[in-house]
Each structure stands twice: as C-alpha cells, then as structure tokens.
Ligand binder design. Structure first.
Ligand code: FES
Length: 94
C-alpha cells in the first residue's frame, strides 16, 4: 500500500493472562484463541489415542479441538473472550 495517511492499527487496552504458568499479553475483546495464536501458542492438547499434539482447527466452535482449562473449567478457546488475569492451561490427561 502506498501513499500517506494513518497506518496505525488501533488496539483495545492491553491485558495479561497466564498460560501454563507463563504471563501472556492480549487485547481486550479478543478471544482466548486469538490471544494464544498471536502469542505463538498452538499446542493445546494431545490426541487421546496417539498422543500427537492438537490445536485449533475451525475457530468457530464446531470441532472442540481448542478445549482448554480456563479458571479451572473446560472451555473452547475460540468461543471465550479473554479477560485480565485468567488462568489458562492445557486440560490434564487429554
Ligand atoms: S477451534 Fe474448533 S471449536 Fe474451537
């Protein structure tokens, strides 16, 4: 893209959350999936039979590949809005 004008991307307020014990930043209004992808986190669980790494697939609530633990309960990362201080991790044993 050429020419002048405003090339800034306006973002909502930066917040932080915890993923597997590490501090991660996000922006208010993002889904947990978007925040994780932007942070480069794509491995969310392991396949129950083969143990192979699994991650987000449909990003629209249809496949269940993004189920993780958010503040102690299972939830879909792509259907959950991030908020300050959430504690997120992979679901144990999955
Ligand atoms: S990525 Fe498919 S349900 Fe979230």
């Amino acid at each position: 893209m050429t020419g002048g004008g405003n090339n800034h991307i306006l973002r909502s307020k930066e917040i932080s959350f915890i993923f597997d014990g590490a501090n991660v930043t996000a922006h208010e209004g993002e889904t947990v999936a978007a925040a994780l992808l932007r942070a480069g986190i794509t491995h969310l669980r392991n396949a129950p039979n083969s143990g192979t790494p699994r991650g987000m697939f449909c990003i629209m609530g249809a496949c269940q590949e993004c189920v993780i633990e958010i503040d102690g309960r299972k939830a879909e990362a792509c259907r959950t809005t991030i908020s300050e201080g959430l504690v997120i991790g992979r679901v144990p044993g999955v």
